[in-house]
Design a binder for this molecule. Sequence first.
Ligand SMILES: [Fe+2]
Length: 156
Amino acid sequence: MTVVKSPLSEDSRKIVADALQSALVDLIDLSLIGKQVHWNIIGPRFRSIHLQLDEVVGYARSASDLVAERAAALGITPDGRAGTVARTTGIDTVTDGWVKDAEVVEIMVGALHSVITRMRERVTTTEEPDPVTQDLLIGITRELEKEHWMFQAENA
Ligand SMILES: [Fe+2]
């Protein structure tokens, strides 16, 4: 059923749909993992990392909304259901229980690295079919790389 008419050709729409859907899943999972370690962090650096994690979570949530709404605007239905996220995320999950502060930083460096690697691939694949979507993904990648830098600096 076509409810929202896409400005893109069918071929372009498919490429952009894959990029936006996988970006949505990664961003939702990044926000979930960020909260998981925000709640379970222990150690002398608890306070600063606990607060830094909420910056990432807040950004990931708002970016996921931008990505999902960009999809909808192109006639692509976004799927942010828990089962879809669990099945298709590109981020490694974290163990349950308390996590030491230095390990939390490693987890976030790894998670951000995974998301950024795939975001840069999406930036490349969307360049020709939809530069407007590419522009959105570039902005999100820029912010994620900033967070990645700050977590790497934490454990240096
Ligand atoms: Fe909190």
